[in-house]
Design a protein around this ligand. Structure first.
Ligand code: DC
Length: 225
């Protein structure tokens, strides 16, 4: 099999990774892999069983009962299939965001998901976003980008997004949740969120989506042509 190309985009919650990664993947005709959605699916599964994301024994006991599949629809949107059921919409709540962050610190979860993510990248050209893609999952990725923005900007974007959908949004609460997730994701023992030496940092605090996309296109062209 020909060697595949991988573009890794890591960064904290709400930095715009999925919006950007999806756009770039579409332009390049690559698979877009949102790895956060996989952790969210595990968190959702354990939640349905009443297993706390901090309960190591419980998570270890039930993880084998879960099968996770990634499917793509005709628009290239990633769907998460949990034991045959499409849970794509169910995993997008604030509650599951927090639980996914906690469950992602469980060694057994990271171990199971590692192979799955690597397998997708072995078979397809990918733009993969997450927290540990450049550092752990695909250390040989052709391009590594660390996408970030200040916690305030990320919380403001999230607040505006919810308000635009007609949902309730409390900026200070969202900011607090983002800061808590940042702390958990950067302080866990295994594969914490951190920038690697060979990644390019893009701070999007003062940038529009178009500017970010263009910046990333330039980085990719420079690295892979
Ligand atoms: O990207 P997201 O917000 O959907 O991710 C949800 C949580 O999953 C995040 O807080 C930490 C965890 N995660 C991870 O540990 N490693 C990844 N590669 C992606 C997500």
């Amino acid at each position: 099999m020909a060697k595949t190309v991988a573009i890794a985009i890591d960064g904290p919650a709400g930095a715009g990774k999925s919006t950007i990664a999806r756009r770039i993947a579409k332009e390049m005709g690559y698979y877009y892999v949102d790895t956060g959605a996989i952790y969210r699916t595990v968190a959702y599964f354990m939640d349905l069983l009443g297993v706390s994301p901090k309960d190591t024994d419980g998570v270890e006991r039930y993880i084998d009962e879960l099968t996770v599949q990634i499917e793509y629809d005709e628009d290239g949107l990633q769907h998460m299939i949990m034991n045959g059921m499409d849970v794509t919409g169910d995993i997008r709540t604030q509650d599951i965001s927090q639980k996914a962050s906690l469950i992602s610190a469980q060694p057994v979860v990271r171990e199971v998901l590692l192979d799955m993510q690597r397998e997708v990248a072995r078979q397809h050209n990918v733009v993969m976003d997450g927290r540990d893609i450049g550092t752990v999952v695909l250390p040989d990725a052709n391009v590594k980008i660390f996408l970030t923005a200040s916690a305030e900007v990320r919380a403001k974007r999230r607040t505006d997004e919810l308000l635009a959908k007609g949902q309730k949004a409390d900026f200070s609460r969202i900011l607090q949740e983002i800061e808590q997730r940042d702390y958990q994701d950067t302080h866990r023992a295994i594969a914490p969120l951190k920038m690697c030496r060979d990644s390019v940092k893009v701070d999007t605090s003062e940038m529009t989506i178009e500017q970010v996309v263009q910046t990333i296109r330039n980085i990719i062209t420079e690295k892979v042509g």
